[in-house]
Design a protein around this ligand. Structure first.
Ligand code: SAM
Length: 293
């Protein structure tokens, strides 16, 4: 979609009703019906928890990889955050790199449907970040080619996607697994490729446009079981994220054909699992690469 470089924003006093619809009592974007997680206050809270959690994972930073190197050349440095949510990451980056222009785009906040392309010219950005957003993209390999198009040679991409099959242990584990299986089935019905997180490295390599591709997967504890203080903070933040995530799935389950009773029981049973003490964990898949010179 080259040639269209405007991104529209919803400002505080604008009437935002054309951009949102209500499903099962939660607010959703209207731009892309595939993405069936809400765009409301609870989701903003969850997005902030996710951002804080990832900062702990990256030892207080907003990224891994040669980001400083990618941003050290050129007069006008540009950073793009794809599926920015309400922009917590983009704001942190603007604080850290005050001379860079940081742009965040999203279905619900700074409006752009990435399934129609990245609305910027070729070789425009030095660094592109896309975190926890593949569940709104039906053709992820195509998005990677778009990323390659708008990144300058030598520019860096950082892709971060949480696993959609979190590890389980004893007790209520079956309930937990069933919820995640249902979630994956819903996404598959929406034609989302649920294997994207574990295939990030191969997919980035398959574009042929990147080199120095490095994979750095991480194990994320869930809950208050870790003894180590740092991991304890990660675990607590991930627990709070899941506590908001489970009820956020209800409208998706209902939209895709589950009855109210089925959806409620799936979510309540998974909540039971989450509320049990135990050493649950999940994985986050992290890959970065530089665009070939
Ligand atoms: C789970 S949130 C993650 C937000 C943020 N990246 C973070 O890591 O905190 C996923 C975000 O991706 C956005 N998103 C999903 N599909 C999208 C699409 N096709 N175009 C633009 N944004 C999309 C959603 O609107 C949502 O804000």
């Amino acid at each position: 979609m080259s040639g269209q470089f405007e991104v529209s924003y919803i400002r505080e006093n604008d009437d935002d009703s054309p951009y949102f619809r209500t499903l099962s009592g939660r607010k959703f974007n209207t731009l892309n019906p595939t993405y069936l997680l809400p765009a409301d206050e609870d989701e903003v809270k969850r997005s902030e928890l996710h951002h804080r959690m990832m900062q702990f994972v990256f030892q207080g930073k907003n990224y891994v990889g040669p980001v400083k190197e990618a941003l050290q050349f050129g007069v006008h440095r540009r950073i793009l955050d794809l599926g920015t949510g309400c922009g917590f990451w983009a704001i942190s980056m603007a604080d850290e790199f005050p001379r860079a222009e940081v742009i965040g785009i999203d279905l619900a906040f700074e409006l752009c449907d990435l399934e129609t392309g990245i609305p910027y010219p070729n070789e425009y950005f030095d660094f592109i970040h896309a975190r926890s957003m593949h569940t709104g993209i039906r053709d992820y390999p195509w998005l990677l080619r778009e990323i390659a198009r708008v990144l300058r040679p030598g520019g860096l991409v950082l892709l971060i996607e949480p696993d959609l099959t979190p590890k389980v242990d004893g007790g209520f584990a079956r309930d937990w697994s069933i919820l995640w299986e249902t979630y994956r089935n819903c996404l598959t019905r929406q034609r989302i490729d649920v294997s994207v997180p574990e295939r990030l490295e191969d997919m980035l390599g398959a574009t042929g446009a990147f080199e120095n591709i490095i994979k750095r997967d991480g194990n994320i504890p869930v809950g208050s079981w870790p003894k180590d203080k740092h991991l304890l903070s990660v675990g607590q933040l991930q627990w709070l994220d899941y506590d908001l995530f489970l009820p956020a799935l209800r409208p998706m389950f209902l939209e895709l054909g589950l009855t109210e009773t089925q959806a409620r029981s799936l979510i309540e049973n998974a909540q039971h699992h989450l509320y049990q003490p135990g050493s649950m964990s999940t994985q986050v898949h992290i890959v970065h690469g530089s665009k070939k010179l």
